[in-house]
Design a protein around this ligand. Structure first.
Ligand SMILES: Cc1cc2nc3c(=O)[nH]c(=O)nc-3n(C[C@H](O)[C@H](O)[C@H](O)COP(=O)(O)OP(=O)(O)OC[C@H]3O[C@@H](n4cnc5c(N)ncnc54)[C@H](O)[C@@H]3O)c2cc1C
Length: 492
């Protein structure tokens, strides 16, 4: 890479969104350069940290199985899998955004989702696999609609496969290279980037630029600026390189913003989580099973409805509730019936506190024993009879409690009791740049900025109140494919 080199398309970032854009531009015949701020050993952005789940619209198991042709007859025989139609996907995105998601972007994401899954499989060589996190009950694998497939090897596997495709298809990826500004022409169009690498700043010209640089969750200053006081202290679950400066630089050349800048995906995690994500630890610090037990704060009191919703749609609320507690700390408590049902990461990455009585548990957690005993006694007395069903909101709550308990309540009366210390970590931010359905970045007059495209978490407009699991990667791939192809055409 030298200043005299001229690329058709420069892609900023090397996560899933950026790599899909780069490969789509290459497919159109463009000469493509990818600039990745992170060093090579930790390249791949939040995408490499992710679970690799992709949410896409389909008509049922036949559509899904054609993406995982190596599924065995035995696996097929024990699976329960219904359709996840375009209508349901759109409704979910609109509902979870409380009606604020941009309908045009929703339409593109949903309508292009299945075709993009196929494109990744056939043109980029991405292998899909059945979602191993799907609940198994009575020997049946039940797939929550929209949660059927992950990339083979999760997020890390996804990125390995995309880098492999890039290598095979002649896309250059330069690591430890930060985009620090844009080159613009006399018409306000973008014609290149300024990049800092090896302590030097270079100006690289290009026919078009695609931003796949993610959100701003790893910048304490931007978190405090947009998410609120105290958010600068929060630990980051994913990459430490998504620090948002590209969004600032884009705004300086006129880019407009979209989406909920004061909101983020932040969810319960182990109190021992590192300050920023460690790639090899993946999702090991996630603590998403509080719906099976209860959560108390450092005063030994419940503070939220642990069973209000599935983690997929209620995790953000739980995260926010924990962060509002003293020191942003809580304890998730289970008994011998519920502890074996918690998600896998608890067993691998957790350091449980185990005790035979509530008093002992309170002592171990430095809680007031009487308050904890009262909390537990009150909860157990309020649990409704009935059959637990983890696949639906079963309405088996606990009656008359404040805060209420709506679903999946079981009496916690079989010692030893097991507690995990949790806090809240941020995964990613919702606000980003305004784009149109062609992935062109818009200015404040809602006009495209010539030569500037964006995808993935760098764009806003889809998420406001909640994110729907699996949509982050799907969004990056769908709009990455569009952005890359359009950037190549613009450059050509
Ligand atoms: C623990 C965890 C689990 C998740 N699981 C899922 C899941 O299963 N399914 C799902 O859909 N979503 C999941 N998500 C969300 C998902 O990871 C993101 O939605 C998705 O990865 C965003 O992709 P992206 O390509 O836009 O950004 P990223 O993958 O974060 O890529 C951004 C890239 O830009 C680079 N960059 C930043 N600034 C610069 C700069 N100045 N110059 C050059 N490069 C720069 C970064 O280094 C990085 O490579 C998860 C997130 C986390 C943290």
């Amino acid at each position: 890479m030298a200043e005299q080199d001229r690329f058709d398309v420069i892609v900023v970032g090397a996560g899933n969104a950026a790599m899909c854009a780069a490969l789509a531009a290459r497919e159109e015949g463009a000469r493509v350069l990818v600039l990745e701020k992170a060093p090579a050993e930790v390249k791949g952005g939040n995408s490499a940290f992710s679970g690799g789940l992709f949410r896409f619209a389909h008509q049922g198991s036949e559509d899904v199985l054609s993406l995982v042709p190596d599924t065995t007859p035995a696996e097929v025989a024990r699976m329960d899998m219904g359709p996840y139609t375009a209508e349901t996907y759109s409704d979910d995105l609109i509902r979870l955004s409380e009606g604020r998601a941009d309908p045009e972007l929703v339409r593109v994401l949903v309508d292009e989702s299945y075709d993009t899954m196929r494109w990744m499989q056939t043109r980029l060589g991405v292998r899909w696999e059945l979602n191993r996190q799907s609940p198994r009950q009575e020997d049946r694998d039940t797939f929550l609609p929209g949660n059927e497939l992950t990339a083979w090897g999760g997020g890390a596997g996804l990125m390995q496969q995309l880098f492999h495709a890039a290598e095979g298809q002649g896309v250059d990826v330069v690591c430890s290279a930060s985009a620090v500004g844009f080159l613009t022409d006399d018409h306000g169009g973008v014609c290149g980037v300024r990049v800092k690498t090896g302590g030097e700043i270079q100006s690289l010209e290009a026919g078009a630029v695609v931003l796949g640089s993610g959100g701003f969750q790893a910048s304490p200053e931007m978190r405090a600026r947009y998410l609120g006081p105290g958010w600068d202290r929060m630990k980051v679950r994913g990459s430490r390189y998504n620090t948002g400066e590209v969004l600032d630089r884009a705004r300086e050349i006129g880019a407009f913003t979209s989406g909920a800048w004061s909101r983020s995906d932040s969810a319960p995690a182990d109190l021992d989580s590192p300050d920023a994500g460690v790639l090899t630890m993946g999702n090991l610090y996630s603590r998403n099973s509080s719906r099976l037990g209860i959560m108390v704060n450092t005063e030994g009191r419940r503070f939220t409805d642990e069973g209000a919703d599935f983690h997929a749609t209620g995790g953000v609320e739980l995260g926010q509730a924990i962060w509002a507690q003293p020191d942003g700390v809580a304890y998730q408590i289970f008994d011998q019936q519920t502890a074996p049902m918690v998600e896998g990461p608890y067993a691998v990455g957790g350091r449980p506190v185990i005790a035979d009585t509530w008093e002992e548990l309170a002592h171990e957690l430095s809680l007031d024993p009487e308050t904890l005993r009262n909390t537990m006694t009150e909860f157990n007395a309020a649990v409704q009879d009935g059959v637990l069903n983890l696949n639906i909101k079963d309405g088996k709550g606990a009656v008359g409690l404040t805060p209420p308990r709506s679903n999946w309540a079981r009496r916690l009366d079989q010692p030893p009791f097991v507690a995990y210390r949790v806090t809240t970590t941020i995964l990613f931010t919702y606000g980003g740049l305004a784009v149109d359905p062609e992935a062109r970045v818009l200015d404040g007059a809602y006009e495209p900025i010539p030569g500037l495209f964006a995808t993935g978490e760098a764009i806003g407009g889809l998420y406001y109140r909640h994110f729907s699991t699996g949509s982050g990667l799907m969004l990056g791939s769908v709009f990455g494919r569009i952005a890359g192809a359009n950037a190549a055409r613009h450059a050509g």
